[in-house]
Structure formats: structure tokens, C-alpha cells
Write a protein that binds this ligand. Structure first.
Ligand SMILES: Cc1cc2nc3c(=O)[nH]c(=O)nc-3n(C[C@H](O)[C@H](O)[C@H](O)COP(=O)(O)OP(=O)(O)OC[C@H]3O[C@@H](n4cnc5c(N)ncnc54)[C@H](O)[C@@H]3O)c2cc1C
Length: 263
């Protein structure tokens, strides 16, 4: 089975203090530490496990600037066979629909049985996977937390639904799935693994290679425009706990006990 995994390079929330820019257009991006989007890491692990079991290839693809190559190498160190960087000045400040259209152009250059995205990325829009499926006119399942390959035409997918319940669907290949965290245990990537793929050539495709009109992507083509980005005012009665993690946990337990939530 040939699998394409869409991965995004995102600020690592464990490593950064995220601050909003003064003009409310974005977060402060100077000096941020970046990593692969958590959901995409699960998607890559799942693809590698399917390939190891059934054969085929795993290709990871990202839309980003040249620095985004580092997440492709990381996923290749994990076990992905190929990486493709989709990069062009024209791609800057593209909205979710535009990102999906760039990915669609790359999908159509290859032949994939299965296309995986994460359920969501750092902007939390959860839109790219569904839009990509619609643009490719392929079946789609979201929030997938189990994949079982039936044969080379069909797979069974489990989905997490309301109230802790689980749904199972049979879905025809090729298809697009958005992967939920917890579907597997992503393997650790060590420095040695990263070094091994350090010199592997990663092709870069831009508008020309993808047959895209530069005017169809980027800020000017964005049909969704962020108009503000802010921290909401604290509501009445809200209390922010301060101190170390242990101190905050202790305060929280005292508060819950005082309000009868804990005996
Ligand atoms: C400076 C800046 C300006 C922006 N301006 C706009 C704007 O004007 N309008 C607007 O709507 N958005 C804008 N964005 C947001 C940006 O386009 C989002 O990254 C995009 O909408 C995807 O949303 P998301 O990250 O929530 O992805 P989701 O839809 O939550 O991601 C789901 C999955 O899609 C895949 N995916 C998402 N992004 C990529 C990628 N780049 N490469 C490969 N796979 C990917 C991954 O598998 C991911 O897990 C801007 C972002 C920045 C940094």
C-alpha cells in the first residue's frame, strides 16, 4: 500500500511561551522552537506500521518554507521512505482551502492508496483533511483511531464518537483519513536516526511543478481572513491559579473540597 502523510511544522508548545503579536494578526514567531504537529506524528507512525505489515511505501509531504524540511527528515528518521517539500514564495499566508489545493496538486502527481492527515494542527481549524478529500472526490473519515486493512481495495476504520462510544466503518481505497491522537504509540526518534537521513535528497515542488497558478494560493487568494487574535477577557468568578505545578494541584484540591466536589 502506498501511503501519503501530510505533516505540518508547528511551534512546540512544550518548548515555547506562546505570545500574541501586538497587532493581533498572529503569534510572535521569532525564536520559536518548532516540531512536527502531534496528530501528524501519530499519522506517520500508523502509516509506517501498515507498510511494515502489508508492504508498500510511506511518503511524507509538507507545505512550508525551507525550514519545514526538518519535519520531513524527522519523519523519515522515524521510517518514512520519501519526503516532499511543497514550497514557493506564492504559498505564504495561504488559508486552509489553499493548503488543501496545494496538497491536492501533489497527490495527483503520484498514485496513493491512502492519504493521512492529522485531525487538526496548531491553528486548530481541522479543515485541511476534509477539504483535501472533497477536492480529490475521495471518501473521507475524520477522527480515526483504528485502521485495519481488509485487502487492497478496502480498509476498516474506527472513529471516536460522542459519549466515549466507538464506530466502525468499511471504507473503499483510495481514501483520505484524519487521524486522532492515541491511535498508536509513536516511536522515539534519536539523533542517530536523524543523522542517517541527513543527506537524503528531498525534492521541492513549487507552483510550476504542481501546475498551480500563483494567484490561486497565498494571502491574496485567501477566502478566510484572520481579523483578530486575542486572549479573551477573564470572566467574572474566574480565578487563575499560580505557583508550581504541585502548589496549583494542592490549591485545586482545596477548592474542590471547599465546594463539595471532593470529600
Ligand atoms: C503568518 C500566517 C498567516 C496566515 N494567514 C491566514 C489567512 O489569511 N487565512 C486563513 O484561513 N489562514 C491563515 N493562516 C493559517 C494557515 O493557513 C493554516 O495553517 C491553515 O489554514 C491550516 O489550518 P490548521 O493549521 O488549523 O490545519 P488543520 O486543518 O487543523 O490541519 C489538519 C491537518 O492538515 C494537514 N496540514 C495542515 N497544514 C498543513 C501544511 N502546511 N502542510 C501539510 N499538511 C498540512 C496536517 O495533516 C494537519 O494535521 C495563516 C498562518 C500563518 C502562520
Amino acid at each position: 500500500m502506498d501511503i501519503l502523510v501530510c505533516v505540518k511544522r508547528v511551534p512546540d508548545t512544550a518548548e515555547n511561551e506562546i505570545e500574541i503579536k501586538g497587532d493581533g494578526t498572529d503569534i510572535e514567531r521569532d525564536d520559536l522552537v518548532y516540531s512536527v504537529n502531534e496528530w501528524d506524528n501519530y499519522a506517520t507512525e500508523e502509516a509506517i506500521q501498515i507498510r511494515d505489515d502489508k508492504g508498500g511505501t510511506v511518503t511524507v509531504v509538507t507545505v512550508g518554507d525551507e525550514e519545514a524540511e526538518e519535519v520531513l527528515r524527522r519523519q523519515m528518521a522515524m521510517g518514512a521512505d520519501n519526503g516532499i517539500l511543497l514550497s514557493d514564495d506564492a504559498f505564504e499566508d495561504t488559508d486552509g482551502r489553499g493548503i488543501a489545493s496545494i496538497l491536492k496538486a501533489e497527490v495527483e502527481k503520484g498514485k496513493y492508496d491512502l492519504i493521512l492527515t492529522g485531525a487538526q494542527a496548531d491553528d486548530g481549524a481541522a479543515q485541511v483533511g476534509g477539504m483535501l478529500a472533497a477536492m480529490l472526490d475521495l471518501p473521507y473519515a475524520a477522527l480515526v483511531n483504528k485502521i485495519e486493512v481488509i485487502d487492497d481495495k478496502k480498509i476498516k476504520v474506527g472513529r471516536e464518537i460522542e459519549g466515549g462510544n466507538q464506530e466502525l466503518n468499511e471504507i473503499e481505497l483510495p481514501c483520505v483519513l484524519s487521524i486522532q491522537t492515541g491511535i498508536n504509540e509513536p516511536r522515539y526518534v534519536g539523533i542517530r536516526g536523524i543523522r542517517k537521513v541527513a543527506s537524503v535528497e528531498i525534492p521541492t515542488h513549487g507552483t510550476g511543478d504542481l501546475g498551480l497558478d500563483a494567484g490561486s494560493v497565498g494571502a491574496s487568494a485567501a477566502k478566510v481572513k484572520r481579523v483578530d487574535y486575542f486572549t479573551p477577557e477573564m470572566g467574572a468568578g474566574a480565578e487563575m491559579l499560580e505557583g508550581s505545578m504541585d502548589e496549583m494541584v494542592e490549591k485545586l484540591i482545596d477548592m474542590l473540597k471547599a465546594k463539595g466536589g471532593l470529600k
